[in-house]
Design a protein around this ligand. Sequence first.
Ligand code: PEP
Ligand code: MG
Length: 559
Amino acid sequence: MITIQGQGVSSGVAAGPLSFYQRAGNLIRRYEVEDREAEFERFKDARARAIEQLGVLAEKAREEAGDEAAMLFETHRMMCVDPDYEEAIEGFIKESGLNAEAAVTDAGAVQAEAFAAMDDDVFKARAADVKDISGRIAGILMGVVQGGIDSDVPVILAADELSPSEAVQLDRSRILGFVTSGGSGSGHTAILARIMGIPAIIGVGDRLKPEYEGREVIVDGGTGSVVVDADAETRERLMKKRAELIRRQELLSQLKGQPNVSRDGREIRICCNIGRPEDVRAVLENDGGGIGLFRSEYLYLNSDDYPSEDSQFKAYRQVLSDMNGKEVVIRTLDIGADKQIEYFRLPKEENPALGSRALRICLNRPEIFRTQLRALYRASAYGRLSIMFPMVTSVWEVKEARKMCEQVRKELDAEGIPYSDEVDVGIMIETPAAAVISDRLARIVDFFSIGTNDLTRYTLACDGQNNDLGRFFNTHHPAVLRLIKLVAENAHKAGIRCSICGELGADLELTETFLSLGVDELSVSPRSVLPLRQKVRETEVAAVQEKIMAELMGDEVSL
Ligand code: PEP
Ligand code: MG
């Protein structure tokens, strides 16, 4: 038995075979081949299989989302047989004697660079496509499974850290839990695990060895332990814990339909964070009061090209109508920093977290923003939509974004397209700048939602991803809590509501603090709704408020 200690970031106990996430790009080997003709044939066979796979994907996309969605895969099929592409690969194999997987990768990179240098945006976008098909063909040549999971049964998935686009494309029905070597509690894998309601453990470093592939592991997301080949006693103990957690979850179910009111009558809304339209099911199952954060970037991450107005409209409409009149806050595109998307061709930056991301991209590239806003307003006719802008630092940014909303509404009026007149427009408070000027920002928006993941990172100048920095990344740091207090006060002075939609909202150790600060809403992963409701219902705010405020605002220097 081998026990590895990491950091649990999504609770629960699960057991299953360990499977390492497979990426073709990490595995490409290069060597010289003897039989160049045979190697070229090997490429052609793999390409034929890629074309076959793409045909299946195109059909699936056509059935689920129509011809437009299928178009991308059809384009990829055609690109596979592009004569220039084939010629480049043939050259690498026959002239340089390179093995097929390396030849495909190199030819893809050269062509992608050529596309990227073109002026025409349509051609520019082909850069990502050609890399994509090269990755697919190389993966087939190396026997790497598509989708990253090489197993027919559900697995505990091990990875370094999944990129956002890998995370959104996972087949969730095949994952029982996650273990990552790096990562942070507010990273994509952790967030995804919490939305899925399965255990996740991060920061195990290189202690999970490739030779453990396929062996049984038991993960405990509460304690952060990963046990490989557990002995009978450990297995029994962990399985008992699993049964107990399931029983507790069932008990919590009795809280469905109950209000989130403290013992002394303070009410707080508890809503959910989602990343994909399918997540609405979990929101309804857990009795979420609405959706406080729909990270719309999933649409962009899950696509090889800019998603069209229509495809976005359909996704937003689905969420709004499934939520049946409950509020849905859709956050406009938040990419950049750790969420990179190739077809956006963002400049390489020394400090991407401080660079071109989120609302900054939208304001600098209004055509992308306008498409999303049109889709959002069109969808607003089907439910209760609120729009939220991420990564705000200045008043002028919000004014400019609101002006674009106004223009879009005028366009829709002129085209006779219906939309709701009651769309609230709010902003995320996730930079120290926005928190400090929240008195001014409160006068030009309908609500605030505090993004504690980024607010903590930017306030502490530390992102918590680096295991060595654990003790510097204190999510309960008084600087962050004081900023939350300031933002809530400024919201209320201006008569607007204040929510918390970062991961801190689900931290039960802070529920009393948030109730004491008068936060109006917590938006959390669906599985956190009922434990939070229980905590709220056990709290007597008047009994703890004074002490909490004294600790927060006092000059005690032990913190
Ligand atoms: C946040 O920063 O707290 C937040 C909710 O946004 P994201 O985690 O998507 O950056
Ligand atoms: Mg954020």
